[in-house]
Design a protein around this ligand. Structure first.
Ligand code: 0XW
Ligand code: MG
Length: 368
C-alpha cells in the first residue's frame, strides 16, 4: 500500500465558553491542521495537529502547514508498512518540527491499522485497558468559582483535576487552591499547573502556603533550569510539561532527577511513534505521566486515547482531550467522548474515527 496523495485541511475550533485562560496566554479559537493521506489501495488515513495558540510552546498553526509542505512531497509513493522507515524519511526531509510530523505519523498509523485490521493501540504495543481516565482542566479563575466548578467536575466522575494558576497575585492562587481542597478533598487527585508562569521565589512561597494540600506541581517555572532549583526546596512533587520539547529533553529531565512525572503532549514529542519511547523511559523509572495534546478535535483525541491505553494504569495520569471546550465532533457516529471522567478506547481498525466527508471544505494544499 503506497501513499498516493496528501491533502491538508484547516478548521477553526472556537473555545466553548469564550476563552481558555492560562498564565501566559488567553485563547479564544484554535486553528487545527488536518492531514488526509490517500493510498493507491483507496484507504484513507487522518492526522491532526493543533497548537493552543502561538505562545504556549514554540509551535504555531502556519508553522505546522509550512513544515508539512517541506515533508509531504517526499512521502509520495512510499510504502505504508514500516512506520520506522516513514519516520526516518520525515526526519531526512526536515529537521525538528515534530508537531507537524506528528500529524503525518498519526495518519500512517491510522492507515496501517486499517490495512491490518487492528486498532492503533495494538500498533503501539497493545492496550492494557479498554477505558482510560481523563482529567478536567480548570482555567485561571476566581477562587470561589474555581472551587464550584471543581466540585461539579468531581461529581461528573473526573478522577483528577488540573487547576491553572499564575499570571496574577500569589494571594489569589493560594486562596484558589485552599478553596478547591475544601470543596473536593481526597475525592480527586489535583495537579496545579503554573504553565511556566511563576518565578522560583513565588513557586517556593506557594508550596509553603499550601503545604497540607496533596497536589503535584506542574511546570511551575519557565525553564528546566529554574524548575531544577526547586529540588529539595519544595515539598510537592514536580511535573514537567512545556519543557518536554523533545525526547532528549525528557531524557535530560529523567537523568537529572528533575521531574517526578510529566504532562506529555503527543504532537510536541513528534507523534505517537516517538512518544512510545518516552512512555517506555517513564516506565523504567516508574514516572507517572499524562497522554494529552495541547488542543484538537476527534483525531488528536483518538491518538491520545490509543497511547494512554498502552500505559500501565498506575502510571497513567490521564488523557486530556479538548472535548469539554469544543462544540460538536468530527465524527458524529464514533466520537471520542468523556463519560464519567473516562474515555472508551476505540476498538475499530486504525484510529477509529473518520471526519464527516467534506466537513473541512477544500484542501488548503494537496501533494501528489
Ligand atoms: C491542559 N492542557 C493539556 C490543555 C492546554 O493545552 C494546556 C495543557 C496543559 O496542561 O498545560
Ligand atoms: Mg500543563
Amino acid at each position: 500500500m503506497r501513499i498516493k496523495t496528501i491533502n491538508v485541511y484547516t478548521t477553526p475550533l472556537p473555545v466553548k465558553g469564550g476563552v481558555y485562560r492560562m498564565a501566559s496566554t488567553d485563547v479564544q479559537s484554535l486553528d487545527s491542521t488536518l492531514v488526509e493521506i490517500v493510498t493507491d489501495e483507496g484507504l484513507v488515513g487522518w492526522g491532526e495537529t493543533c497548537p493552543v495558540g502561538p505562545v504556549y510552546q514554540p509551535h504555531h498553526a502556519l508553522g505546522a502547514r509550512a513544515a508539512v509542505a517541506e515533508i509531504a512531497p517526499g512521502m509520495i509513493g512510499l510504502e505504508v508498512a514500516s512506520i520506522r522507515l516513514l519516520t526516518k524519511r520525515m526526519d531526512e526531509r526536515l529537521n525538528g518540527h515534530g508537531y507537524a510530523k506528528a500529524a503525518l505519523d498519526m495518519a500512517f498509523l491510522d492507515l496501517l491499522g486499517q490495512k491490518l485490521g487492528v486498532p492503533v493501540s495494538t500498533l503501539l504495543g497493545g492496550a492494557v485497558t479498554d477505558r482510560v481516565p481523563s482529567y478536567y482542566s480548570l482555567i485561571v479563575g476566581p477562587p470561589d468559582e474555581t472551587a464550584r466548578i471543581a466540585a461539579d467536575k468531581v461529581k461528573a466522575g473526573y478522577p483528577r483535576l488540573q487547576i491553572k494558576i499564575a499570571g496574577r497575585n500569589l494571594e489569589e492562587d493560594v486562596a484558589t487552591l485552599h478553596k478547591v481542597w475544601e470543596a473536593i478533598g481526597y475525592k480527586a487527585r489535583i495537579a496545579v499547573d503554573g504553565n511556566r508562569g511563576l518565578t522560583v521565589a513565588s513557586a517556593i512561597h506557594l508550596d509553603r502556603l499550601c503545604q497540607a494540600i496533596p497536589f503535584v506541581f506542574e511546570q511551575p517555572c519557565n525553564t528546566m533550569e529554574e524548575v531544577a532549583t526547586l529540588k529539595g526546596r519544595v515539598t510537592h512533587p514536580v511535573y514537567l510539561d512545556e519543557n518536554t520539547e523533545d525526547l532528549n529533553a525528557v531524557l535530560r529531565a529523567i537523568s537529572a532527577g528533575i521531574a517526578d512525572g510529566f504532562g506529555l503532549k503527543v504532537t510536541r514529542l513528534g507523534g505517537l511513534t516517538k512518544m512510545t519511547t518516552v512512555r517506555d523511559m517513564c516506565a523504567i523509572r516508574s514516572l507517572p505521566h499524562t497522554c494529552d495534546d495541547a488542543w484538537g478535535g476527534d483525531i488528536i483525541a483518538a491518538a491520545c486515547v490509543h497511547l494512554a491505553a498502552t500505559v500501565e494504569p498506575r502510571r497513567m495520569e490521564g488523557a486530556w482531550i479538548a472535548q469539554e471546550y469544543i462544540k460538536g465532533h468530527f465524527d458524529a457516529k464514533h466520537p471520542i467522548v468523556i463519560e464519567n471522567g473516562h474515555i472508551a478506547v476505540p476498538q475499530r481498525p486504525g484510529l477509529g474515527v473518520k471526519p464527516e466527508p467534506g466537513m473541512f471544505g477544500q484542501p488548503v494544499a494537496t501533494y501528489g
